[in-house]
Design a protein around this ligand. Structure first.
Ligand code: ZN
Length: 60
């Protein structure tokens, strides 16, 4: 159920597909270099809540 939900999520900024980082529990937009948090299984698709990806992207 959760993976199906995440499968249809797109970035609110660029409308691109998001990558699900299961280890960190984040949804990654590589175009915007932002990571959106997932809290209690609910993706928080707010730019204000997103973390900037300023580090080397983890190998998928
Ligand atoms: Zn984006």
């Amino acid at each position: 159920m959760e993976s199906r939900l995440l499968d249809i999520l797109v970035c609110p900024l660029c409308k691109g597909r998001l990558e699900h980082d299961r280890q960190r529990g984040e949804l990654i937009c590589r175009a915007d270099r932002l990571a959106f948090p997932v809290r209690d299984g609910i993706p928080v698709m707010l730019e204000s809540e997103a973390r900037e990806l300023d580090e080397t992207p983890a190998a998928a």
